[in-house]
Design a binder for this molecule. Structure first.
Ligand code: BES
Ligand code: MG
Ligand code: ZN
Length: 464
């Protein structure tokens, strides 16, 4: 979608002009004020559309309710912009102009909402879905370019997570990482992964014909103020391995690299912002398959930091791959680590698709991330990291097992990961199992991948 900033969006010849309606207040447009029914009061989410019959430069005027003006915030703008854009798509509009008259600048959220709503994964359909092609804005601040890059990163992450596992292979992720501008990128192959001591990650990869790739992308300014590592779970397909999943649970498991897709989306655009820090994007990419060489329940693995793990369930594979990625990040002696993973069905059971789980070792760090998320509509809810969850992973034969009891699974997984993080490094773990991939539309998102985490982590990087 092309974005054009104009002096006055009201005068653009376009298919739809979107204006705002506040509760109990007239709009800026006479046609709407005159012809809208009484039931159109301006409550957030209400929409009234009218054909202008050449009385105005646009074919339609769409008034969208934004609630009470004093309660307006980025989330209300973004969600209702998305709603208006979906209506424009129904009207088969190609060009849309926004004339949102408020005291504040909301260009960022308008762009975010528009891009999210205009997204469609129709790459493999011979007949493409209708899309808005051009957006006109006025009265916006200078952050438009930034907003566009962020929206592109989200789209990239959604496309990649929606891509079938047959194409989005570890090899493909590595190729994409190597294609990004402004980064130093290294990809470690199977033999190097083994040699570097990543016994947990290597074991998970063994059941698949697709070779594993350990991807390390590095961005840096000349004199970085701090160093941060961002890690994405990159299971390109999770069959469960020998502890194979039932068909219904396996159906969406191409999305088990949504964390990796998020990190790739961020790293793709990062150099355009030129932040004054060093960022390491890390992905341990492989498939979890039950091939002849597959790792087995009862196997004892040694992670990169020397700790041993008894495999209790081959379907708890994400934490094994992340264990080695976390060790690798700690060896880089970064100041902070954020990992993002579709890690546990338990997190999905606990929070549904309303929020992602967040855990870590530093509450201030966690709260900063929660705050960044709340500004862009990505909710995070902190889950406990108590000793009880670690106790139930005790093993008779190794330092720990890779699963706990049936209950409290998201916290067990968090406590497992903690074993691979050095105490003096701030660390946050985002469990996006319930939010990365939607089985039915939710808020501004349609079915499928949401690109969750891209906006939160990118904003965190840019603001701290
Ligand atoms: N990739 C899954 C978690 C998941 C479930 C993501 C649903 C998205 C939607 C993960 O690898 C997994 O299989 N976890 C197991 C862990 C269990 C064996 C301890 C789970 O949650 O059932
Ligand atoms: Mg699994
Ligand atoms: Zn998984």
């Amino acid at each position: 979608m092309k974005i054009t900033v104009v002096e006055d969006s009201k005068n653009v010849n376009c298919d739809v002009l979107i204006i705002n309606k506040f509760e109990d207040k007239e709009t800026s447009n006479q046609l709407v004020n005159e012809f809208a029914p009484e039931t159109f009061t301006g409550k957030a989410g209400e929409i009234f559309t009218i054909h202008t019959h050449n009385k105005y430069p646009s074919t339609y005027i769409l008034a969208v309710g934004l609630g009470k003006e004093e309660e307006l915030d980025n989330n209300i703008i973004r969600e209702n912009t998305a709603k208006a854009i979906k209506k424009c798509i129904e009207l088969k509009a190609k060009t849309v102009a926004f004339d949102i008259t408020t005291d504040q600048m909301f260009g960022m959220s308008i762009i975010s909402g528009s891009f999210i709503a205009n997204y469609n994964f129709d790459k493999y359909k011979t007949k493409k879905e209708h899309r808005i092609e051009e957006l006109y804005l006025s009265n916006v601040s200078q952050h438009i370019e930034h907003a566009k890059h962020i929206a592109e990163a989200v789209e990239f992450a959604r496309d990649l997570a929606n891509e079938p596992a047959q194409y989005a292979t570890p090899q493909r992720l590595a190729e994409l990482a190597l294609s990004f501008d402004g980064l130093d990128t290294r990809v470690f192959e199977k033999e190097q992964i083994k040699k570097m001591g990543m016994g947990a990650f290597y074991a998970v990869s063994k059941g698949s014909e697709e070779p594993p790739k350990f991807i390390h992308m590095r961005y840096s300014s000349p004199t970085p103020l701090k160093r941060i590592a961002i890690i994405g779970k990159g299971i390109c397909f999770d069959s469960g391995g020998l502890d194979i999943k039932p068909a219904s649970s396996m159906l969406t498991m191409k999305d088990d690299m949504s964390g990796a897709a998020c990190i790739l989306g961020i790293m793709k655009v990062l150099s355009k912002f030129k932040p004054d820090i060093e960022v390491h994007g890390i992905i341990a990419a492989c498939e979890n398959m039950p091939g002849a060489e597959a790792y087995k329940p009862g196997d004892i693995l040694t992670a990169k930091n020397g700790k041993t793990i008894e495999v209790d369930n081959t379907d708890a594979e994400g934490r094994l791959t992340l264990a080695d990625a976390l060790c690798y990040a700690c060896d880089l002696e970064v100041d902070e680590i954020i990992d993002i993973a579709t890690l546990t069905g338990a997190c999905m059971v606990a929070l549904g698709n309303a929020a992602s789980g967040i855990m870590g070792n530093d509450s201030e760090f966690i709260n900063q991330i929660i705050k960044m998320g709340s500004l862009c509509g990505e909710k995070f809810w902190e889950l406990p990291m108590w000793q009880e969850y670690r106790d139930n992973m005790k093993s008779d034969v190794a330092d720990m097992k890779n699963t706990g009891t049936r209950y409290g699974g998201a916290s067990s997984a968090g406590m497992f990961l903690k074993e691979f993080v050095k105490d003096d490094i701030k660390w946050a773990h985002l469990d996006v199992a319930g939010t990365a991939f939607l089985e039915s539309p939710h808020k501004e998102f349609g079915k499928g991948a949401t690109g969750v985490g891209v906006r939160t982590i990118l904003n965190y990087i840019l603001c701290h």
